[in-house]
Ligand binder design. Sequence first.
Ligand code: SME
Length: 137
Amino acid sequence: SDSGKSVDERLSEVCSLLRNSIDYYDWVGFYFKNGDKEELKLGPYAGEPTDHTIIPFGKGICGQVAVSNQNFVVPDVKAQNNYIACSIHVKAEIVIPLFVNNENIGQIDIDSHTADPFSAQDEEFLQFVNQSVAGIL
Ligand code: SME
């Protein structure tokens, strides 16, 4: 039903719901490809503000997913050499691409303060979340 909420308001609610529901989801946000530019732009998120509002394709975990079109699960961020640190508290990260009509248009990015918390179930769940989100964009 149309409650008059904007897409950004809905995505912001998705982020807050995920962050509040799952104890090892400490930062939840969407990045979207920025027009014709070879970069990602931060969209709605829940958690601490980040300086990384623009990420070039190929840079960090997010930038790599923008070009690989693949899920990227990082059990230990310290073991990654192409990684952009947003907070000293973050130990692990998962990034799942967001497809609309088979096109990778962005991603959901989750940071965790827990070491190695993400399983195949998180991947499946977040793919489902992204499919649902694709339906409201
Ligand atoms: N850690 C990410 C950058 C985004 S922050 O996690 C919000 C990366 O390496 O791409």
